[in-house]
Design a protein around this ligand. Structure first.
Ligand code: ADP
Ligand code: MG
Length: 437
């Protein structure tokens, strides 16, 4: 029994943490190919994959023109795909095993129009549609079988993994030659694919998200985090080889469902737009940290009834961008991630969570309890990640303390009466590419 266990736990021992394993290339190829055979009775041309992502810091900064710092997860969507000679698309996933979705590339269209297609199919067929709208067509039809180990709806971008796997597959079978291989990626070409994947998500799936998820899935590097400037799409690869530093990044999937999330996301976005308008700037990222107090005073004066809300939202955005800049500069200094530097990185993650909890008000009890529990279990830093109101939290922990930290969360969830969380080990991994066994 670990030293984290309390008397109450001794009566009912907490369940062992449930870690979601990542599929290896061999497993992904074998499973996607087997499903392809079963559904289409032929061999695919190949298997392509794309990872989910987790954001280290820089939350709710993308639509404010700020910085984000995602890594690609080892958890990926694998897509076995075969080119067709017509304009038909046939899709299968274990979730839709009984029925193959049969679509016509000339008839499909955005959500809310007569061409609307099933949600999950819009993340795959929708990419072909978007690539054609972006001037990269005409594309051939295709048959595709999907096997993904990115948890659905956990804030880890299972949707972008589908889009990005499709984009690199179509890039190759249609001879677009934009992406380059995963170990020698062509970044400018991948940035073009990002644009079409975002279009698929926004228009075909009807989800008004920014480009962080797709950029991470297509443009990250193994052993690195991706500093993404959300204003202009510029990226810098920041060293983040956790295993080499004896560290690990634990992802806690809270499995909390909060139905208000969509409206709340929109409300945060529009508060930021109103604050920017009052302050006479295009985006809140235009406010330098040294001008923050002056900006907050102006909002108090001119923000009317909602002044205090605008103050709090603006304070989060400006301080979060500053924290991201500071964390990137710490990670880029070439020194080992130990001692004071590690303490500082952890403090920045903790401060990000506090800002999201108090000023941005996008956490929930499940996220707060997870973060407090891992901190008490010795995490160097912990925070919610993604949009909030559920989804996942992350914790930077010593590699040999991952299991203890996860057990501490399970025990805390037991005490609170929350549903059991799930866990992932987030090794900074390679971007989308063709899977080779
Ligand atoms: P997130 O991207 O955070 O996981 P989203 O709501 O954006 O959450 O995307 C989840 C959706 O993506 C699912 O509802 C489904 O439509 C689609 N999806 C993701 N993975 C799969 C899969 N393996 N099979 C079928 N659909 C999937
Ligand atoms: Mg998504």
């Amino acid at each position: 029994m670990s030293d984290l266990t309390t008397d109450a736990d001794a009566v009912t021992p907490p369940a062992a943490p449930d870690f979601s394993p990542a599929l290896t290339n061999e497993e992904g190829i074998a499973q996607a190919t087997a499903l392809f055979h079963e559904a289409f009775d032929s061999d695919p041309d190949g298997v392509w994959y794309a990872p989910g992502r987790v954001n280290i810091i820089g939350e709710h900064t993308d639509y404010n023109g700020g910085l984000a710092l995602p890594i690609a997860l080892p958890h990926r969507a694998f897509l076995a795909l075969r080119r067709r000679d017509d304009r038909t698309v046939r899709l299968i996933s274990p979730q839709t095993r009984e029925a193959v979705d049969v679509l016509d590339l000339d008839a499909i269209g955005p959500k809310g129009t007569p061409g609307e297609i099933p949600q999950w199919a819009s993340y795959i067929a929708g990419v072909a549609w978007a690539l054609e709208r972006d001037g990269l067509g005409p594309l051939p039809g295709f048959d595709a079988a999907l096997v993904s180990c990115v948890p659905l709806g956990a804030g880890l971008s299972s949707s972008a993994a589908l889009e990005c796997a499709t984009s690199v597959a179509l890039d190759e079978i249609a001879g677009l030659a934009l992406a380059g291989p995963a170990d020698a990626p062509a970044d400018a070409g991948r940035a073009r694919l990002v644009t079409s994947c975002v279009r698929a998500e926004n228009e075909m799936a009807g989800a008004p998200t920014g480009g962080m998820d797709q950029s991470a899935s297509l443009r990250c590097r193994a052993g690195h985090a991706l500093e993404l400037d959300c204003r202009d799409g510029e990226v810098v690869h920041v060293p983040f080889d956790l295993a080499a530093e004896g560290l690990a990044l634990l992802v806690i999937d809270t499995r909390a469902e909060h139905s208000l999330a969509d409206g709340q996301y929109g409300a945060r976005r529009s508060a930021c737009e109103r604050a920017a308008e009052i302050l006479g700037v295009e985006l809140l990222a235009d406010i330098a940290p040294e001008c923050l107090e002056e900006a907050l005073a102006a909002l108090r004066e001119r923000g009317g009834e909602e002044a205090e809300v605008l103050v709090a939202r603006t304070r989060h955005v400006v301080t979060e961008i500053a924290r991201t800049v500071e964390l990137v500069s710490l990670l880029s200094d070439g020194r080992p991630l130990t001692g004071e530097k590690l303490t500082k990185v952890g403090q920045l993650m903790d401060a990000s969570h506090e800002s999201l909890r108090v000023d941005y008000e996008v956490t929930c009890p499940e996220l707060d309890v997870a973060v407090e529990a891992v901190r008490a279990a010795g995490a160097h830093g912990a925070r919610m990640t993604g949009g909030g109101f559920g989804g996942s939290a992350i914790a930077l922990v010593d590699a040999d303390r991952v299991d203890d930290a996860a057990r501490a969360v399970v025990a805390a969830y037991g005490r609170e009466g929350f549903a059991l969380p799930a866990f992932l080990d987030a090794v900074p991994s390679a971007p989308a590419g063709r899977a080779r066994g």
